[in-house]
Write a protein that binds this ligand. Structure first.
Ligand code: NAD
Length: 481
């Protein structure tokens, strides 16, 4: 910090932003200023890339135990400080304290997992088709990785990219979303105290249009990993393709949960409520479409409404609150636009959707449930990123599966059923990256691959051992003894 400004971190130095600073204001209480955060410009983003090129030369030579120790220490500290950092996260993003703490804890787990992966880097050997020659393949760091992250998982998205990047010997330039710099800064401060060569890790806070734009058009980076909206993702893909920079995109979705006649009703309702409204509906894995067969439809709707009446919306730090604040004014306007549009297109608002006044001035919205919707309606085609779920009534499993797959997106998909036949068929035929059976569409583990299909994802998978596809390049060596 300089004065009251939290600064950028470039080449192991804390530096002021060339574009001054912005106030980080809580969406749960617009009078709560979390801090002022430096704003980098294009030149600072470019300086961070040069620093990263130098840092990477040193870091790739580091011993495995040094890398292991660095990653373990970051993970340990995140977990030890999960309550404190989780509270900052909840204040700046608007999600509940429990969700903020859980996300911070999970971020620590990513570092622990990749600390262990450092020690599991194995190559392969083969005999050449030419007698007397041996071949080995091994992985090398991809180089300088630019990381661009969204606001909805301010620390976890950074963690699941930074941890494998460091584990495999890369240097990093991280640009977090400007709505949530405090969580990113807290993680950076922890990383700044580790045994890393200067320039290995750099933080450049600032607007996407300037700092993000400089990163995506850079010829000096080797790889760029992005999580955010489809609209920005397309720009990232186009810009990196021109420079032939390796690119990985995780974007939006329009996930569906199918509820079949034979589902355990209570569990189906828990899956739908958790998946649709957790994180205020602002999850790429949220179940915004609930596809329900006609035999259970009316009972499911009635049970959903009863369950939703028990959901408490309020300040994220208040005890007993299930749903925190909407992330900011723009997101709130978007939510209200989709609420109106759905009704204009003929959807029936069965419950919720009211704008709520709390003790503190912020962006609060009651979760909403629409019935009588069709899959063709805009609300079922576009990602609203809101606590809004729409029920689509269908005749049977076949129609449910076809409806689930009838979307441009394909991140997660779920089914609630007691039938092994339907569950097995669903696992094979749902056109998504992650399938959930009798589970919410949101909520994934940290040790297995995560990603989707169609407009939801592009490039190699994230997380688990699969992350190495993105963060390394393969080298094949031929040796005549
Ligand atoms: P966004 O696309 O607006 O912003 C994402 C990041 O890109 C931010 O850091 C932003 O500053 C930056 N950015 C914006 N314009 C840019 C440009 N022209 N060049 C370079 N960078 C630019 O997305 P958001 O609103 O922050 O996040 C919400 C979206 O993220 C949703 O669509 C959600 O589904 C998606 N998301 C996906 C996953 C996943 O893993 N699939 C996870 C979380 C969020």
């Amino acid at each position: 910090m300089s004065g009251s400004v939290f600064r950028n971190y470039i080449a192991n130095h804390w530096v002021d932003g060339n574009q001054g600073s912005i106030a980080n204001i809580s969406p749960a209480n617009v009078k709560d200023v979390i801090g002022h955060y430096a704003q980098a410009d294009r030149a600072q983003a470019e300086a961070a890339i040069i620093a990263a090129q130098q840092g990477q030369q040193e870091w790739q030579k580091s011993g495995l135990e040094q890398r292991y120790a660095v990653l373990m220490a970051i993970g340990d500290e995140l977990i030890a400080r999960k309550d404190e950092i989780g509270e900052i996260l909840a204040r700046e993003e608007g999600k509940t304290l429990a969700e903020g703490i859980g996300e911070t804890y999970r971020s620590g787990q990513f570092f622990h997992y990749y600390a262990a992966e450092v020690l599991r880097q194995m190559g392969e050997t083969a005999d050449s088709v030419r007698v007397g020659i041996e071949i080995e393949t091994r992985r090398e760091p991809v180089g300088v990785v630019a990381i661009i992250t969204p606001w909805n998982f301010p620390i976890a998205t950074g963690a699941w990219k930074i941890a494998p990047a460091l584990a495999f010997g890369n240097a990093i330039v991280w640009k977090p979303a400007n709505q949530v710099p405090a969580s990113a800064w807290a993680l950076t401060e922890i990383i700044s105290r580790q045994n890393l060569p200067a320039g290995t890790f750099n933080l450049v806070m600032g607007p996407g249009s300037e700092v993000g734009d400089a990163l995506i058009h850079s010829r000096a980076i080797n790889a760029l990993t992005f999580t955010g909206s489809l609209e920005t993702g397309r720009k990232v893909a186009a810009a990196t393709a021109v420079n032939l920079v390796k690119c990985q995109l995780e974007m939006g979705s329009k996930n569906a949960l199918i509820v079949l006649d034979d589902a355990d009703l209570e569990n189906a309702v828990e899956c739908a409520v958790g998946g649709a409204y957790g994180g205020t509906g602002q999850k790429c894995t949220a179940s915004s479409r609930l596809i329900v067969t006609e035999g259970i439809h009316d009972r499911f709707v009635a049970a959903m409404i009863e369950r939703m009446k028990k959901l408490v919306v309020g300040h994220p730090l208040k005890k007993g609150v299930h749903i925190g604040a909407v992330a900011d004014s723009d997101q709130m306007q978007q939510n209200l636009k989709y609420l109106e549009l759905a009704q204009q297109e003929g959807a029936h608002l069965a419950y919720g959707g009211a704008v709520l006044q709390e003790e503190t001035e912020g962006y609060y919205m009651q979760p909403a449930l629409f019935t009588g919707t069709s899959n063709a309606m805009t609300i079922n085609r576009e990602e609203a990123f809101a606590p809004i779920a729409c029920i689509i009534k269908v005749k049977n499993y076949d129609e449910a599966l076809a409806t689930l797959n009838d979307t441009n997106f394909g991140l997660t998909g779920g089914i609630c059923t007691q039938s092994l036949r339907y569950a097995s068929d669903f696992k094979r035929n749902a056109k998504v990256g992650c399938v959930m059976v009798n589970l919410p569409t949101a909520g994934t583990d940290y040790h297995v691959p995560f990603g989707g299909r169609k407009d939801s994802s592009f490039g190699p998978r994230e997380q688990g051992t699969y992350a190495k596809e993105f963060y390394t390049v393969v080298k094949t060596s031929y040796i005549r003894a």
